[in-house]
Design a protein around this ligand. Structure first.
Ligand SMILES: [Zn+2]
Ligand SMILES: [Zn+2]
Length: 726
């Protein structure tokens, strides 16, 4: 029975490539075809940008999700687990320019490189279900979704204040602005007035809020991120009016201090702001705030622009009417609304009040006596955001401009609107605007000559439906995506695993699911929640800060793989911290896990080699009492490790596997102390426990587990062996 291929020393380089090949050959991780009584489990991991190679954050994320996918396969679930590449957008465009390649070439290079890294790490992705957002058969559906949202009134064109990066020469969503700096180039951004396509989310905010009751399978960080995205502020609202009868409802979170209000602040994006400003000079001032742009340092309360509207608002119960100002200081705190300025309890309001000149020219009139009439109310900070980009590398917005008909959507049957294959951005403006072969179009309405829209969609729009494409086999995606029969099999997603930056994307995916349900695309998900369970894991830190190329504090995964092998890297990443905690990277955890694997290998291999089927121990023979004790330990460990994997507590799973091995060794020593040596029955008990340990280790360190499993003469792959019975 002894396998000829057993390696006496633990040499990851020798065994890892061999098992990766064996898994490939066996098609071990291929998505299974539908079967009677199956329990499908779709595991969705956030997709990497094609901006170079994999980093430790990816490795943390995919080591967790891969361990879980491997575990679920052994539990007999039908598992869908693959990876897609987020290939559109600035990161890729910048990478391509820097490397003097076309974005297509750069995407292929990054994808091949990352795939190679993921394969060498032993991730059990089904590569037949992989996708890339920049492929026409994918972005066809991004465009389809855009047209659907447009039809539903959820995408609209508007002038508005948007974050702008001078360096990248593009609009950014507020999520893409980190501490006032551009997420890609880290240069300061400013607010400017631009005409953009917006994604309207306000219609679904309340349902997204109600839906939070259904997020029982989300970890607290993930639920918290949804709450943060929503940005609900509770308070009260009051109705006011000007002397000439213009109505305005004002909100305040300071329900107990309504009486202290000294002014009313109106967002420059309040739907009624134009109706509110009568004076041309004031209108010009508000326009100046917008088009001039607001730099980061002008966003604080001491510098934020303030425009006196020249009007006052009378609110029943107040002695004096309140002056009305227009300021962007409202938006970030309460959304596009009007609020009471209450300097006595609010620091921003106090700063603004100090700056306000309350001149004698203010017109006062008598207000009806009595307490202010308030009612409970809430505001959401979550705001509609711009989705169009003035860059070439994105899904083209499927619209044409016709002199006679105006802006006309491209008919669905003409999708995708393709990017030129040889597109080569220069970093200066949008090269699509110079491509006659792209620009020329026929108006779908009148048949006359028209020009294509040259703005592209931000990659955030690709992300709105990123949880869909895996569900359809690659060859079938071009013709049927949202209507594919496998949607019902795999959706909602059983488990999402995403880093701490995924809150915004998941918030918008939850909205998208509700939109699709409302138009009949996802009828089987009535409640409109796309993700059953979500684990939002923390980041990887080095030297006290998030690992980032920008900060220069990174560990090179290739160097680690070269030095210690995939199993050690995986085990160390999983062992060192709970997924919900920051993983502070140290070489110590790596060394510890390396030593542990070497020791386990050295201990287990000679004891299980060629064992085949382990015989039942004879109760009359050897140390039945110690065997019972071992069996109990094995049972306890198995129960715990099962719970650990079910709960994605991979750090606990790792520790409990280590504890089990320790106890197996302890058992052996006790038997030897007691009776000098192990009888056949004692040995059988030891081997059986070791095989359990190998199976429990397999999701974490799959190569070493396969090697030992094969050396023990066990049938098939441990990756596909049923989870041990308790
Ligand atoms: Zn930038
Ligand atoms: Zn026309």
């Amino acid at each position: 029975m002894a396998s000829q291929s057993v390696t006496p020393d633990y040499t990851p380089a020798a065994i890892e490539a061999r098992w990766q090949e064996a898994w490939r050959e066996a098609g071990a991780f291929r998505t299974p075809p539908p079967s009677e009584g199956e329990q499908p489990a779709y595991i969705f991991s956030a997709c990497p940008f094609t901006s170079g190679s994999a980093h430790m954050g990816h490795i943390r994320s995919y080591s967790i999700s891969d361990a879980y996918a491997r575990y679920l396969r052994t539990r007999g679930r039908s598992v869908l687990f693959s990876i897609g590449f987020d290939a559109f957008g600035l990161p890729t465009e910048i990478g391509a320019i820097k490397n003097q390649l076309t974005p297509n070439e750069w995407v292929q290079q990054c994808r091949a490189r990352m795939r190679d890294q993921f394969d060498r790490l032993g991730y059990s992705f089904d590569w037949e279900r992989e996708w890339v957002t920049s492929k026409p058969e994918l972005y066809k559906w991004t465009q389809w979704l855009f047209l659907l949202l447009l039809r539903e009134g959820l995408v609209y064109h508007a002038e508005g204040q948007v974050d702008w990066c001078d360096n990248c020469k593009t609009v950014l969503a507020s999520l893409q602005v980190e501490d006032g700096a551009c997420w890609r180039c880290h240069e300061p951004t400013r607010l400017v007035e631009r005409s953009q396509w917006y994604l309207g989310i306000s219609r679904y905010l309340e349902e997204n809020e109600r839906g939070m009751e259904l997020l029982g399978g989300w970890n607290p960080a993930a639920v918290g991120a949804q709450r943060t995205m929503l940005g609900r502020v509770d308070g009260v609202e009051l109705d006011g009016a000007t002397l000439d009868g213009t109505q305005l409802t004002v909100f305040t979170p300071h329900a107990d201090h309504v009486d202290d209000a000294e002014f009313v602040a109106l967002s420059p994006s309040h739907p009624d702001v134009d109706a509110w400003i009568l004076d041309d000079e004031v209108r010009a001032q508000v326009a100046r705030i917008r088009s001039g742009g607001i730099a980061r340092d002008e966003r604080g309360a001491d510098n934020v622009p303030i425009v006196d509207s020249g009007r006052t608002l009378g609110i029943a119960g107040y002695r004096d009417p309140l002056p009305v100002i227009v300021t962007p200081a409202v938006d970030a705190r309460f959304g596009r609304t009007a609020v009471l300025g209450v300097p006595s309890v609010d620091r921003t309001d106090a700063a603004i009040a100090r700056r306000l000149r309350r001149g004698a020219s203010m017109f006062a009139w008598k207000l009806p006596p009595g307490p202010p009439r308030v009612r409970e109310a809430a505001r959401y900070k979550a705001r509609d955001f711009p989705i169009s980009r003035q860059r070439a590398w994105g899904a083209p917005i499927p619209l044409v401009h016709c002199d006679s008909c105006g802006t006309v959507p491209v008919p669905e049957e003409q999708l995708p609107v393709r990017l030129p294959d040889d597109l080569r951005p220069t970093g200066e403006g949008n090269v699509l605007a110079q491509r006659e072969d792209f620009l020329a179009a026929t108006c779908p309405q009148c048949g006359g000559a028209a020009r294509r829209e040259t703005d592209t969609l931000d990659c955030h729009v690709d992300g709105l439906w990123q949880w869909f494409p895996f569900s359809a086999p690659a060859g079938e995606r071009e013709n049927a995506m949202f209507s594919h029969s496998e949607m019902e099999r795999w959706l909602p997603v059983h488990q999402v695993i995403w880093g701490a930056d995924g809150g915004g994307s998941m918030f918008d995916q939850r909205m998208t699911a509700k939109v699709l349900r409302d138009v009949g695309v996802l009828p089987h998900i009535e409640h409109g929640e796309p993700h059953e369970r979500v684990l939002m894991h923390e980041m990887v830190h080095l030297d006290g800060r998030k690992m980032s190329k920008h900060l220069g504090n990174v560990v090179d995964p290739d160097e680690l793989l070269q030095r210690v092998g995939a199993d050690t890297v995986r085990l160390a990443v999983l062992y060192a911290a709970a997924p919900t905690n920051v993983l502070t990277w140290t070489d110590q955890a790596l060394q510890y896990c390396r030593r542990w694997l070497v020791a386990f290998w050295g201990y287990a291999l000679p004891r299980i080699e060629g064992v085949g089927e382990v015989p039942e121990p004879d109760p009359e023979e050897g140390s039945a009492k110690l065997r019972a004790r071992l069996d109990n330990w094995r049972g306890v460990a198995l129960r715990r490790i099962t719970e650990n994997y079910d709960g994605l507590e991979t750090h606990r799973a790792a520790r409990n596997v280590m504890t089990l091995v320790e106890r197996i060794r302890d058992y052996e020593q006790r038997v030897i102390r007691q009776q000098g040596e192990l009888t056949a029955s004692d040995t059988a008990a030891l081997q059986s426990a070791l095989l359990t340990a190998i199976q429990c280790l397999a999701p974490l360190a799959p190569h070493v587990a396969e090697e030992l499993w094969a050396a023990a003469g066990q049938e098939g792959l441990v990756a596909l062996a049923p989870w041990p019975e308790q």
